[in-house]
Design a protein around this ligand. Structure first.
Ligand code: ATP
Ligand code: MG
Length: 422
């Protein structure tokens, strides 16, 4: 279906690598994983993300279920996490550092790194207004991307100030843009009344020219907002994280206050933004919870995976043993043997064909296994098994009953054989 894609086993190994590194990074920074439902009441997103945003206005997968309720496939992770935070009273348990990973859904025009079902990895820190929380989440994102081998990242930051700062700026921006109304692109004309800040990141050339001389958001920040922003910048400098202040950076979603940031990669043509985030001090209260400051980000995993595939190959985990068997009794013993060895932690593939030994052994060679276990009628009768080391061709006969007591020896042999492989 348009905007969706299958991730086949060869690609899944890349996803697994990203997931494994992400899990480790999150654990190191004391973030805990949260899993929320893939669909929620439509009202959650309307209230949380804002009716005037592109996401709510035209990108949501919304439908009625059989009970007549309006439900929506989540277009992003924050609203659901905040709902869960409120519903389970997590605000009583100190600062919450949470992360999530999973599919998101937006009805938009598909292209490279842009799909209708896509995946995000995200973090949310709830309960801290400290600029250190902003710096911590940014460092977590850049650290993760660096660890995945991505360099040439560009971090843009901005401050949207408080809701008041933003309202004053909004007015100034509308006053500035209104005389240009006829020259703006149709999307921006529409945004002028609904969501004027979004005009700042229009991709249309003439609109960009007009916006060049628009009032500067940073000049509308109150002293307190300015100080907070200065502290975030100082901390990034202390952390050795390069950044640039971009006063035209705004985020698509309505709930952002103070710090907003985006990380782009020069290596991604077209869809360069890998990570977007910022502070959203108003959202928890807006969704009916106690006033709670919060900051977070989301990384688009499809874009990350595209970059990874360009630069490295990830091999799937290798097999230890390939089991070859022929004859009713031998095949029955082989399945038991394979299962027993798996319980000791070996990776084992069993040939299910029942075809001639020669054919099965060829498949064993191609399987990448280190050794092959062979059972025919003779072995079945004597309750033995042939163990053939595929690299050296060396072969030995073992009693099936003896295998559990030889596990340690076998494991060592597997390791040395694998290491000696060209
Ligand atoms: P864009 O401007 O590219 O539409 P956005 O501002 O809508 O991005 P966010 O809501 O901030 O994106 O989501 C964070 C990240 O999720 C993005 O930076 C991007 O990497 C990824 N992302 C967003 N939408 C999609 C999509 N349709 N397909 C794939 N990845 C996406
Ligand atoms: Mg978008």
């Amino acid at each position: 279906m348009r905007g969706t894609r299958d991730i086949l086993p060869e690609e899944v190994v890349y996803w697994q690598q990203v997931e494994a590194i992400a899990r480790e990074q999150m654990a190191q920074a004391a973030y805990r994983e949260i899993r929320t439902p893939i669909f929620e009441q439509t009202a959650l997103f309307e209230r949380g993300i804002g009716e005037a945003t592109d996401v709510v206005g035209k990108e949501m997968y919304t439908f009625r279920d059989r009970g007549g309720r309006s439900v929506t496939l989540r277009p992003e992770g924050t609203a659901g996490v905040v709902r869960a935070f409120i519903e389970h009273g997590l605000h009583t348990q100190g600062v919450q550092r949470l992360w999530y990973i999973g599919p998101m859904f937006r009805y938009e025009r598909p292209g490279a790194g842009r799909q209708r079902q896509f995946h995000q990895l995200g973090v949310e820190v709830l309960g801290s207004a400290s600029p250190r929380a902003d710096a911590e989440v940014i460092a977590l994102a850049t650290g993760l991307l660096n660890r995945l081998g991505l360099s040439e990242l560009r971090l843009d930051i901005n401050s949207l100030g408080t809701a008041d700062d933003r309202a004053r700026y909004r007015q100034a921006l509308v006053d500035y843009l209104t005389p240009y109304h006829a020259e703006l692109d149709p999307d921006s004309q529409d945004r002028l009344t609904r969501n004027p800040l979004r005009i700042l990141d229009s991709k249309v050339k003439r609109t960009q020219e007009i916006v060049q001389s628009a009032p500067n958001l940073l000049e509308y920040l109150c002293t307190d907002s300015q100080q907070q922003f200065a502290q975030v910048q100082q901390l990034l400098t202390d952390l050795g994280i390069p950044y640039q202040v971009n006063p035209r950076l705004v985020r698509g979603l309505d709930y952002y206050t103070h710090t907003a940031f985006e990380i782009q990669s020069a290596e991604l043509a077209g869809q360069e933004t890998v990570c977007g985030g910022g502070r959203y001090d108003g959202l928890v209260a807006q969704l009916g919870g106690p006033a709670t400051p919060a900051v977070g980000w989301a990384i688009g995993l499809e874009r990350l995976i595209i970059l990874l595939q360009q630069r490295q190959t990830v091999a799937p985990p290798e097999l230890d043993f390939y089991v070859v068997a022929r004859g009713q009794q031998a095949e029955a013993q082989a399945i038991v043997l394979a299962q027993t060895l798996r319980q000791f932690g070996f990776r084992i593939e069993m040939d299910l064909s029942g075809s001639a030994f020669g054919k099965q052994l060829k498949r064993a060679d191609r399987s990448g296994a280190v050794a092959c276990l062979i059972l025919g009628d003779a072995e079945a009768q004597t309750q033995t098994v042939q163990l053939k080391w595929l690299l050296s061709g060396e072969q030995q006969t073992l009693r099936q009953d003896d295998l559990p007591s030889k596990v340690h020896e076998l494991r060592q042999h597997v390791t040395t054989a694998r290491q000696s492989r060209p």
